[in-house]
Design a protein around this ligand. Structure first.
Ligand code: HEC
Ligand code: HEC
Length: 627
């Protein structure tokens, strides 16, 4: 198969996106709101100036230019770091997710999470133009450029691949299979090694850019892997991530760091055996949430981690006493010695949702993309102070949905700010993990029996797919949201205004385009046969997974019940976007669709009318991928 064509058949042309927007420097309302307070709604948000929601940034080698990917505005901003001015903003595509800039600052690339492509930007002093576009595959995010700016590497999240893009010919020249949902990427300074964080398979992949293969997979015992960085000597990789601990969601377990916690993970790139070390980031009583960005200064003096949920950056100083790394494991909480105030560890409150980070060549100035603040912030690592906020533009009032988005990412809505909705329902989807959120009426007190753990459901189109929870006992979404705050988050009771805002945000969550379908809607012969099997008397999938949302909204017993279930039966989940909902079934027991449908949820298990033949099953699986 040609490496180029794998997804191109499915790709929809982006249309003309040549509109040039000049950024209006309207300061975000966020700067006047503290934490996740929700302001009373006044007038509807101005439609003309969208939220920018910067999710990623890249700094030129000399530190003079900053490229910023604005996720909700579909644009890239070019900043002059000396003056703090937005020089230019350009519409580039559907949900920008990653950016990179060539060392000489004349070339940039941006990936589009929902657009499935990479756009090449020519940067001429204070202007950008799009000079080409390459389809790279479904849900690309992290991207890096080699030194010469001629090759890009892209983490293609839903394909579990890293794509190498030749920017001279504008073609994908290689694809490398990595772990589940690759997201963050970093290239070693000599360009020989590419470090990839796989968000959903607890491991980092190390790729040789010469042989174009993964030569090492480092299990890091961590989840939700986000930004990845490599030290200037090429010896250490750093990853911002979360770690799922597996205990029930009670306030006591949360505070011990036994439900989940944030980590700065270091991977050693110069050792014979794969090894990693961690710093747990949560002090008891005032935790960290949603580790997202990571950066290391070129002189290795500072390490910085951004925390989207607790709206801050943590700065670690490494030139004095050693940092208390835990090798090949992790502690429950932040090592208490770091709380002694000796300057090794500081927290800088920033508001909003800090995402990616980059250090300037002066080794102390830290640039922070802040999604919910619609701004780039500048932090001085020496003094641990916010020194400047550069607004990227945005509406003058917050819509109900944006206020819901703020709540969704607000860890102060959970017990001692350990996590946000976004920790589990990453970007409104699922992080693929299971938790015991006490929403099934049962609680397992030991990790030996994880039966009351439930797979985190996606929230895409969730406002259309009641009743809610796996058992489907929640028939009112407002009540369900109250429980999400008070049970899943063990946090304070929300106001009815909060709940309305949150639901308005949930209502915006949509599936990305299915990469397995043709834009014309035509199915392959196998999938066409699978569609017939789906509706056959023997399988009868459509009786429960039918209708526009592929669920009948009723409760069924399909043989997966347990004697001590508090609620009888389960609500068939919507089968939309199934290819990206692994692992499957309420407890995530099946890693693949085949495992679920050849095993616990086979046609016979559900209908009792006998099994599908191997051929029918293969066809059915082809069809299910297209839903
Ligand atoms: C610790 C992880 C975690 C956190 C934090 C969390 N959830 Fe959930 N969420 C889950 C799990 C697990 C389920 C399934 C529970 C069940 O069915 O028993 C779920 C279920 C849901 C559902 C029902 C989905 C459906 O299709 O039935 C909604 C809606 C939801 N969560 C929204 C939220 C919101 C909003 C927040 C923040 C206020 C939140 N969740 C916080 C893990 C989490
Ligand atoms: C009698 C109703 C019923 C029928 C028929 C049925 N299902 Fe299900 N399905 C369910 C229920 C209920 C669940 C949730 C069960 C659980 O996870 O414990 C489910 C779960 C699933 C899941 C897991 C989804 C996820 O997000 O983890 C898949 C996949 C699935 N069904 C596919 C199928 C296919 C394909 C068929 C036809 C071969 C089928 N189902 C037939 C009721 C049904």
């Amino acid at each position: 198969m040609s490496t180029q064509g794998r997804y191109s058949r499915a790709a929809v042309a982006l249309g003309v996106l040549s509109t040039i927007i000049v950024a209006a420097a309207i300061p975000s309302l966020w700067t006047r709101l503290s934490g996740a307070e929700v302001a009373p709604s006044s007038s509807p948000a101005a439609k003309d100036d969208p939220h920018r929601s910067p999710i990623a940034l890249a700094l030129s080698l000399d530190g003079s230019r900053l490229l910023v990917a604005n996720q909700t505005a579909g644009s890239v901003s070019l900043l002059d770091t000396a003056s703090g001015k937005v020089l230019h903003e350009l519409a580039t595509g559907n949900k920008p997710a990653g950016v990179a800039i060539s060392s000489d600052g004349t070339r940039g690339v941006v990936t589009h999470w929902f657009g499935y492509d990479l756009a090449l930007l020519k940067i001429d002093h204070d202007r950008m133009t799009i000079t080409g576009r390459v389809k790279v595959g479904p849900e690309p995010r992290g991207v890096v450029l080699d030194r010469g700016g001629k090759t890009a590497f892209v983490a293609v999240g839903a394909a579990n691949e890293v794509a190498r893009v030749d920017l001279e010919t504008m073609r994908v020249s290689a694809r490398m299979a990595v772990g589940r949902e690759p997201r963050g990427l970093a290239l070693s300074p000599d360009g020989s090694i590419l470090l990839v964080g796989n968000a959903r398979s607890q491991e980092a992949s190390v790729i040789s850019t010469q042989s174009l293969g993964v030569f090492r997979t480092i299990p890091i015992e961590g989840d939700n892997l986000r930004q990845v960085a490599i030290s200037s000597d090429g010896k250490r990789g750093y990853i911002a991530n979360m770690k799922n601990r597996g205990f029930a969601t009670t306030s006591n377990n949360i505070d011990l760091g036994w439900v989940l916690g944030q980590r700065l993970t270091r991977v050693d790139l110069d050792t014979a055996e794969p090894s990693f070390a961690t710093l747990s980031l949560d002090p008891r009583g005032k935790a960290a949430a949603d580790a997202h960005g990571v950066a290391v200064s070129r002189n290795n003096k500072f390490l910085a981690v951004s925390l989207g949920g607790t709206h801050e950056v943590m700065i670690f100083r490494t030139d004095g006493r050693r940092l208390p790394w835990r090798v090949n494991g992790s502690r429950d909480l932040l090592p208490t010695e770091l709380l002694s105030g000796d300057g090794r560890y500081r927290r800088v409150p920033l508001g909003g949702r800090p995402t990616e980070l980059a250090f300037a060549p002066d080794d102390k100035t830290l640039f922070v993309a802040n999604y919910l603040a619609d701004a780039v912030q500048v932090v001085d690592a020496e003094s641990a102070r916010l020194i400047r906020t550069i607004p990227l533009g945005g509406p003058s009032t917050l819509s109900l949905a944006r206020r819901g988005e703020i709540l969704f990412h607000a860890a102060e809505r959970s017990f001692n700010q350990w996590y946000s909705c976004n920790t589990c329902h990453s970007d409104g989807h699922t992080n693929g993990l299971s938790f015991d959120t006490l929403n099934d009426g049962r609680q397992d007190l030991s990790t030996a029996h994880l039966r009351s753990h439930k797979k985190v459901p996606t929230l895409r189109r969730v406002t259309h797919t009641g009743p809610w929870t796996w058992h489907g006992w929640q028939t009112d979404l407002e009540d369900a949201m109250l429980d999400s705050f008070t049970e899943s988050m063990q946090g304070p009771r929300p106001s009815s205004e909060d709940i309305k805002a949150l639901i308005a945000y949930l209502d915006t969550l949509e599936y990305p385009r299915n990469p397995y379908t043709d834009p014309s809607g035509q199915l392959s012969a196998e999938a066409e046969r699978g569609k017939v099997a789906y509706r056959s008397a023997k399988a009868a999938c459509n009786t429960c997974h039918g209708g526009p949302e592929l669920t009948d909204g009723k409760i069924h017993t399909v043989g997966l019940e347990e004697p001590d279930d508090a609620y009888r039966g389960y609500n068939p989940p919507s089968l939309r976007g199934l290819y990206d909902k692994d692992p499957y079934l309420h407890d995530g027991r099946s890693k693949t669709l085949r495992e679920a449908l050849a095993g616990p949820h086979s046609a016979d298990a559900v209908s009792g009318l006998g099994e599908l033949t191997e051929g029918e099953l293969a066809d059915l699986l082809e069809y299910l991928k297209t839903l």
